[in-house]
Design a protein around this ligand. Structure first.
Ligand code: PHE
Length: 448
């Protein structure tokens, strides 16, 4: 068997896990979801979901990964010998491809905007022109596919450097930078004339704007944002060292991820209100609304550049964690070398991402339930794959896995205390998570 790679330092491991969690989900998706679903009301539901489902499922993935130091399939085989639970791995791999498929298209748009910002083309336009700029980008198959593939090449280049020299190093450099840039934006945003209106919109719980659909979106958003349900954190934690506290790490990851999501709202909404634009713009918010705002700010050129750099860092550390799922699987279960595994994973990703990139132009008449390929992938990823995966993980660790494994992992074989954490975890996994996910499915299937 080939020697497994691993994270060299605890900080590196945390940076990588936070890097996975913090991504487009926080900066691009969270603000517009909150904007469309009643601001503070959405945030309250979201935080509740993190507490009763997010942290317990993160911890479960950590337990599976670190107790076995192997990929999901080998882990489930080892933890439940003779049982077929390991088949769940295939759902995870499929899920990871679906996520990265639509995700990398948005990353492609980010690189285009980064480029436009760098050459100074992102300023000096009317709001109408910003709309047209984005529309003409997504309508152009060459540009969409080209940027997406460029992003993916970069992604797989990092992967080819390995766990420590690729993933860990990139995360250790990019994550602190990301926090610094975000802090600068937030301070600037709070100093704007419309700040209080923006903050009120973000934090005041307007329950009348929150529908059942919004509640469901909060759940899907939490799963997507925390990278749970498709064994991503199983894969990362399989590289963790045996002496780190899993509970602390899980809380750190969830805490920082939520903080970045909320700070992204703080960065965006005051600006949106100060410049009098619609806060409910949806997925186009950061592409159509923000550039218009940047150009009205002093030093707009740098703000725009800095912003898209921030989003770029966040997305790259997420896609590398997504592609590590099939890559580890191929190396360990199919005995491929790391480079061959990367080639296969890259090939599948290129195909899916190209389909998603073409769904706004060449393939835009392919629609199911009114959704194009991109929207279907986005929807299936967070509302089906990750939720189902989260349910499986919760039920598996809560009901099936030997309690001794859970206890030993939480306490590092008796060296740490877990007097509160363990019962909390088990209660959430056994009852809260399955019941909530069950209701979500009833809702999704139209039964309630
Ligand atoms: N959590 C990432 C984000 O918020 C997306 C992601 C999902 C990454 C699943 C890895 C696995 O953008």
């Amino acid at each position: 068997m080939t020697k497994r790679g691993g994270f060299a330092t605890r900080l590196g491991a945390i940076a990588a896990a936070v890097g996975s969690a913090v991504g487009l989900g926080n900066i691009w998706r969270f603000p517009y979801e909150a904007g469309m679903n009643g601001g503070g009301a959405f945030i309250l539901v979201y935080i509740g979901c993190i507490l009763v489902m997010g942290i317990p499922v993160i911890l479960s993935e950590f337990i599976i990964g670190r107790s076995t130091h192997s990929n999901m399939k080998a882990a489930l085989r080892r933890l439940s010998p003779g049982k077929k639970y390991y088949l769940f791995t295939y759902l995870c791999i499929l899920g990871s491809f679906v996520v990265i498929g639509f995700y990398s298209v948005v990353c492609g748009w980010i690189i285009e905007y980064l480029y436009q910002a760098a050459i100074g083309q992102l300023s000096g336009h009317t709001p109408q022109e910003y709309n047209e700029m984005f529309s003409s980008l997504v309508a152009n198959p060459w540009r969409c596919v080209g940027w997406t593939i460029l992003f993916l090449i970069l992604n797989f280049f990092v992967m080819s450097r390995g766990v420590e020299k690729g993933i860990e190093r990139v995360a250790r450099v990019m994550m602190p930078l990301l926090f610094v840039i975000l802090a600068i934006f937030c301070i600037n945003s709070l100093l704007m004339p419309g700040a209080s209106k923006g903050l009120k919109f973000l934090f005041y719980p307007n329950f009348s704007a929150l529908t059942m659909r919004g509640v469901l979106d909060a759940f899907g958003q939490a799963f997507l944002s925390l990278s749970i349900g498709i064994s991503c954190l199983v894969t990362y934690s399989s590289y963790f060292k045996d002496d780190t506290s899993l509970a602390k790490d899980a809380i750190t990851v969830a805490g920082l991820d939520t903080l970045v999501a909320i700070l992204s709202g703080v960065m965006i909404f005051p600006a949106v209100f100060s410049f009098g634009v619609e806060p409910t713009a949806g997925p186009r918010l950061i592409f159509e609304v923000l550039p218009g705002i940047f150009q009205q700010m002093t030093g707009g050129y740098f703000w725009a550049l800095l912003f898209f750099l921030l989003v770029f860092f966040a997305s790259l550390t997420s896609t590398i964690s997504l592609s590590e799922i099939p890559i580890t699987f191929l190396i360990e279960e199919r005995n491929l070398t790391r480079n061959r595994a990367i080639n296969w994973a890259a090939l599948v990703t290129f195909v899916l991402a190209t389909l998603a990139a073409l769904s706004f132009n060449v393939l835009d008449d392919i629609k199911l339930w009114g959704k194009n390929i991109f929207d279907m992938m986005d929807y299936a990823a967070s509302n089906i794959f990750m939720l189902l995966g989260g349910l499986f993980t919760a039920v598996y660790v809560g009901w099936i896995l030997d309690r001794k494994v859970v206890h030993n992992q939480l306490t590092n074989n008796g060296r740490l205390k877990a007097r509160f954490v363990e019962p909390y975890l088990i209660f959430c996994l056994r009852y809260v998570a399955p019941v909530s996910i069950f209701f979500i499915f009833l809702y999704l299937t139209g039964i309630i």
